[in-house]
Design a binder for this molecule. Structure first.
Ligand SMILES: *[C@@H]1O[C@H](CO)[C@@H](O)[C@H](O)[C@H]1NC(C)=O
Ligand SMILES: *[C@@H]1O[C@H](CO)[C@@H](O)[C@H](O)[C@H]1NC(C)=O
Length: 212
């Protein structure tokens, strides 16, 4: 468990962004209403896109370095183009604890720790189910199976790719609150470990789906 507790959870975070937002922001909405912080939330069918990925400090069991093309508002249904250098020093399965904190953009500043979520023992399969097209790319290069009937495992290795169109659709989250988020995902080998095996920051946005 210890040595294998690596990056999948993080990757999973990537995948579960919308999921996270959905569960995270509903309580947040309530809180903001109650506290009168003057944030107005609107939710609905959305397009999700990524401004950028950043690596943050960890012991680097898993390091995912991604570059992504700009989202083009004039052609909102074009897939963004992803290039990556993914290093998995351990096999990634479902044995990771992922800790996620959200900053939300509001009144021209980031509200840090607007919400915090923990995902016990999730990883590979969570990513596979929630962000299937992203997982498709990982599977294409790593040999991981996209078949949900097969136990989820991304084998250790370094996988470098470029110019892969990625469709950020999240089948389990058709509706999301619109907004600009900075999401930090950190994966640890257990709930009590202070060792961070993987860390990534996602700068993402959910906008109303044109025609939605
Ligand atoms: C991929 O990343 C590793 C470090 O994680 C680096 O040493 C290597 O040069 C990178 N390769 C490419 C092609 O970017
Ligand atoms: C992305 O996937 C969704 C769901 O499968 C599909 O409706 C949509 O047409 C796809 N978009 C692109 C640009 O491939």
């Amino acid at each position: 468990m210890l040595e294998r507790g690596g990056g999948p959870a993080e990757t999973a975070m990537l995948s579960t962004i919308p999921a996270i937002l959905a569960s995270a922001l509903l309580p947040l909405l309530t809180l903001d209403c109650v506290s009168g912080r003057n944030i107005h939330w609107y939710a609905g069918p959305y397009l999700g896109f990524v401004h950028q990925f950043e690596v943050c400090p960890s012991v680097e069991r898993v390091v995912l370095i991604f570059r992504i093309s700009h989202f083009n508002p004039v052609r909102p249904f074009d897939n963004q183009i992803l290039s990556g250098n993914m290093t998995f020093r351990v096999d990634v399965m479902d044995n990771h604890w992922t800790f996620v904190d959200f900053a939300v953009r509001s009144n021209n500043q980031w509200k840090e720790n607007a919400f915090i979520m923990n995902f016990p023992k999730t990883g590979c399969s969570s990513l596979r189910e929630n962000v299937p097209d992203f997982f498709r790319i990982i599977a294409k290069y790593s040999g991981a199976s996209t078949d949900k009937a097969v136990p989820c495992r991304v084998p250790a290795g370094r996988y470098i790719f470029s110019n892969e169109p990625v469709n950020w659709t999240f089948p389990h989250f058709p509706v999301m609150p619109y907004g600009h988020y900075r999401i930090r995902a950190r994966a640890r080998p257990s709930s009590t470990s202070t060792r961070i095996n993987f860390c990534m920051i996602l700068d993402v946005e959910a906008i109303p789906k044109p025609g939605g």
